[in-house]
Design a binder for this molecule. Structure first.
Ligand code: ADP
Length: 597
């Protein structure tokens, strides 16, 4: 029922066309069966000279104007048959075309909805979801649904209407033989159904193996630099070969099962037809069946049994379709992030972390244990600490990618869990540690954040980020296309473009998540000073591992293992026994060494 709703919801304006296509399919099935009746009429009544006994043959007789008329104008029969075949062709073409239109529109809507919804799902979903699996859902699962609706659904209606119409006609001709003929139908159908049950699991395994393979390809290609740098090509190739082999193994098993099904079901169909031929011959000999009707029996039995066998294939595909639909519904049913509700307070105010606690999941340890500190409006503070201490997590909480599991964070006195998420993110600019640039021009990468930014605003941002000169030195300037993940730019250049991108929005709060470390100390200082001289005063949070980036901040917070172990100004911390002093000592030595060289 849920699946039906899923389809109906996505059919939108094409429901009527879908119904029309099904009706046309049923008429087409009926028309396809009429030619045999004409042949039976010719054999029994025109050539054989027997009296007309069944109402359907009577109908054919009326259309052609009686037996005598046909005998003297044999071409009438030819015209009738050609007419039937033309109608069959017209209906067939209509059906093919319209079912294609319905399917394409259906999957277009599904694809758009899915993409839209994935974009709106919380960050938590994205970090916990395998990208390869997600890509597979968006492509092959949608394609599976497209294939089903572009042919197989109408095929089900075609097969069922053919079977029903044919059986009714056969019952009208000879009820006893018709009953006998229909025995093989449930056998082949149940056989198909059981097969469908069996393969569903195998299809699932094959899809999972394919997803693992896709992920592996994606992972090793996006990490190609690491692979090359560490000479891991052979290792990667071997690992891929193994997943490829796993995929082939499950697929091969599936093919074997399918092969077994086709041959055995073919045998069952042949036996079904043969039994009707044998019984039919006896009936003809006993005078219970005319030769013309015998022909109708054999042709109808053939036209029903093979399609019923096809049901097995459709059902097996339906198994895959239901799996695909369920997987897509699983994504679409996940609640999207609420970006519309919540207040929109003035964001130029103090930021207060008050006994903030956080863990990533039920069985996860507390990444943040008890964090309390304040950032006054317009201040620049540094958060310093070892890797894994929880610094980035703190910023995830401030931008509400996650909410604290204990304590509160307030901006200008308002608990951020009550602030409209979209508004909050519009006001908190963040430069991530891993700057991701899209494979587009530098300009469109910059404009992602603010599409209406003027040329002047854009240049202003890139100048502050100390990257304007670099960009203009490129032959195509701002129109330079950044390669996949920005490989044509150096790490520092990429980072500076990412900084400019965040600055274009002119947000009152700015976070640099270890993002200044990719640029040299001098440029880092230049950028920070340039930001300070910007028109609108900003509250800045600089996450860093470098004392040089922290030392002229108004306040420094040292985090170790989810706890604040020190806080104060550089001058205060430098004389305190603790991590800050130790980092400073190490980094000063390194700098001294650099100077001596
Ligand atoms: P830092 O920025 O100080 O290096 P993080 O905030 O990135 O530290 O990480 C703190 C801890 O949280 C680490 O132990 C890390 O493994 C864990 N962690 C970070 N992100 C996730 C996540 N999405 N799911 C589970 N654990 C995470």
């Amino acid at each position: 029922m849920k699946r039906l709703h899923f389809v109906l919801d996505h059919l939108k304006g094409f429901k009527l066309l879908m119904v029309l296509t099904i009706i046309v399919t049923i008429i087409y099935a009926g028309l396809n069966l009429t030619a045999s009746l004409v042949f039976s009429y010719v054999i029994d009544n025109v050539i054989g000279g027997s009296a007309i006994s069944n109402p359907l043959t009577h109908m054919v007789n009326t259309i052609v104007g009686g037996i005598d008329n046909v005998k003297s104008h044999f071409w009438i029969l030819a015209i009738l048959l050609i007419g039937i075949y033309i109608l069959v062709a017209v209906f067939m073409s209509f059906r093919q075309r319209q079912q294609g239109v319905v399917a394409e529109n259906l999957v277009e809507t599904i694809r758009n909805d899915l993409y839209d919804h994935i974009q709106q799902l919380p960050y938590k979903f994205h970090v916990s979801t395998n990208t390869g699996e997600l890509i597979q859902k968006c492509t092959s699962d949608v394609d599976m649904i497209r294939r089903f609706f572009s042919g197989q659904l109408c095929e089900i209606f075609y097969i069922l209407s053919t079977a029903i119409i044919a059986l009714i006609v056969l019952y009208m001709i000879n009820a006893k033989l018709a009953l006998f003929a229909s025995i093989s139908l449930p056998i082949i159908f149940v056989y198909s159904y059981l097969f469908f049950k069996k393969v569903q699991q195998q299809f699932l395994l094959s899809d999972q193996a394919e997803a693992i393979m896709t992920t592996k390809i994606q992972e090793s290609l996006s990490g190609i630099r690491v692979v090359k740098a560490f000479n891991r090509e052979k290792y990667e190739v071997d690992r891929f070969a193994q997943t490829n082999q796993d995929y082939v193994d499950v697929t091969y098993k599936m093919i074997k099962t399918l092969g077994g099904y086709w041959s055995s079901s073919y045998m069952i169909c042949l036996l079904g037809i043969l039994s009707v031929v044998v019984m039919g011959i006896f009936a003809v000999r006993n005078g219970e069946l005319s030769i013309g009707n015998f022909v109708v029996f054999v042709t109808y039995q053939t036209s029903i049994l093979y399609p019923i066998r096809m049901l097995g294939r459709i059902m097996s595909d339906y198994g895959k379709v239901t799996v695909s639909m369920d997987r897509l519904m699983d994504i679409l049913d996940r609640p999207a992030e609420d970006l519309v509700h919540g207040s929109k307070p003035n964001m130029q105010g103090d930021i207060i972390f008050d006994h903030v606690k956080f863990n990533y999941g039920d069985d996860h340890f507390d990444v943040l244990k008890d964090i309390s500190f304040q950032i006054h409006n317009g201040q620049t503070i540094a958060i310093i600490g070892p890797t894994g201490a929880g610094k980035s997590t703190l910023m995830y909480l401030l931008t509400r990618l996650y909410d604290p599991t204990g304590g509160t964070i307030t901006i200008n006195g308002v608990d951020i869990t009550n602030i409209n998420k979209k508004y909050l993110r519009e006001n908190v600019g963040i430069v991530l540690q891993e700057p991701f640039l899209f494979s587009r021009t530098i300009e469109s990468n910059l404009r992602i954040v603010n599409p209406t930014a003027s040329e002047e605003e854009m240049v202003n941002a890139t100048s502050i980020a100390a990257v304007h000169d670099v960009i203009t030195s490129f032959e195509r300037g701002y129109s330079t296309i950044v390669g996949e993940k920005g490989v044509t730019l150096s790490g520092g250049q990429k980072q500076r473009v990412a900084i400019a991108r965040t600055l274009i929005k002119d947000t009152p709060i700015l976070i640099f998540d270890d993002s200044l470390s990719a640029v040299d100390t001098e440029t880092d200082e230049k950028i920070r000073h340039a930001i300070h001289s910007m028109e609108h005063k900003k509250t800045m949070i600089i996450i860093t591992q470098r004392v040089s980036s922290a030392k002229d901040c108004d306040w420094i917070v040292v985090i170790e293992d989810g706890l604040i172990t020190q806080q104060g100004t550089h001058d205060q911390l430098i004389v305190q026994d603790g991590l800050y002093q130790r980092i400073n000592a190490i980094q000063s030595k390194v700098e001294e060494g650099d100077h001596h060289e």
